[in-house]
Design a protein around this ligand. Structure first.
Ligand SMILES: [Zn+2]
Length: 260
């Protein structure tokens, strides 16, 4: 079946099968990746319009060693953020909004996301249901102490003339609270993700190629514990063989057909 925009949609039987699994589930753990945010205008970092393709310095700044060593690199990165070049004003789309219904229905165990855009929370999913396994760009933290604030607090300082604002408490280096290359994931987040994988009866992976370790492990862990698995993605993933239902199509088109 073809949709008006030319992309293929999964057939009706697969949609019905996935709907049945969601209806039967009591505790659903969702794992989302970049694919759910592309319809909000956040391009894949490495795609032709990707942030890192257009701004190689931004890719360099995402490596913790370069970031800590180079004040000029930090200043360029703060300037990009302050001018909104790092997709500051994006809004949740129908995919994020549809997932809120799982929580309304009392079925959402945990929503694990690899995205750093906070669009799930802005759509209405409770913050305490979300595990941001790769952190968030909407908050800033100190690399030396526990100082943390909204990103806008730091950006206001940049706009007021500080090229590389330092920590107001210890003068350490400030950075967005994303997990950079070379930084460890947050232990507590990994633990919550593992518990969510073990305790769910349905694991629903959306918009992720399931290629990023270790978080992709939640899918086989859930499967081994007896959970059903649905994978919805634009293309095939590395774990399609584990899934009870695989759906390939546009996430914001397909999700509203599954969750009503
Ligand atoms: Zn500090």
């Amino acid at each position: 079946m073809s949709s008006p925009n030319g992309s293929t949609e999964p057939d009706e039987q697969l949609i019905a099968d996935a709907r049945a699994l969601i209806d039967q589930a009591a505790q659903i753990t969702v794992l989302t990746g970049a694919g759910i945010s592309t319809d909000s205008g956040i391009p894949d970092f490495r795609g032709p319009n990707g942030l890192w393709t257009k701004n190689p310095e931004a890719e360099k700044a995402s490596n913790i060693r370069f970031y800590m060593a180079d004040p000029d690199l930090r200043a360029k990165n703060w300037a990009l953020r302050a001018e909104g070049a790092l997709w500051a004003n994006v809004e949740p789309n129908l995919g994020h909004q549809t997932l809120v219904k799982l929580e309304d229905q009392g079925k959402l165990h945990t929503l694990i996301t690899q995205n750093v855009d906070e669009l799930h929370q802005r759509a209405g999913t409770s913050a305490d249901k979300v595990v941001e396994i790769h952190g968030t760009t909407r908050k800033v933290g100190c690399l030396d102490c526990d100082y943390s604030a909204d990103m806008e607090v730091a950006l206001d300082r940049v706009r007021a003339g500080e090229p590389d604002p330092c920590c107001p408490e210890c003068e350490g280096i400030l950075k967005s609270k994303t997990i950079s290359f070379g930084q460890n994931l947050v232990e507590d987040d990994l633990y919550r993700a593992e518990v969510a994988a073990v305790e769910c009866d349905l694991m629903f992976a959306i918009g992720t190629s399931l290629a990023v370790s270790p978080i992709n492990r939640v899918v086989p862990v859930a499967k081994q514990q007896g959970a059903k698995v649905i994978i919805l993605n634009g293309e095939a993933t590395e774990m399609d063989q584990l899934a009870d239902v695989v759906l390939n199509g546009s996430i914001s088109d397909v999700l509203p057909q599954l969750i009503t």
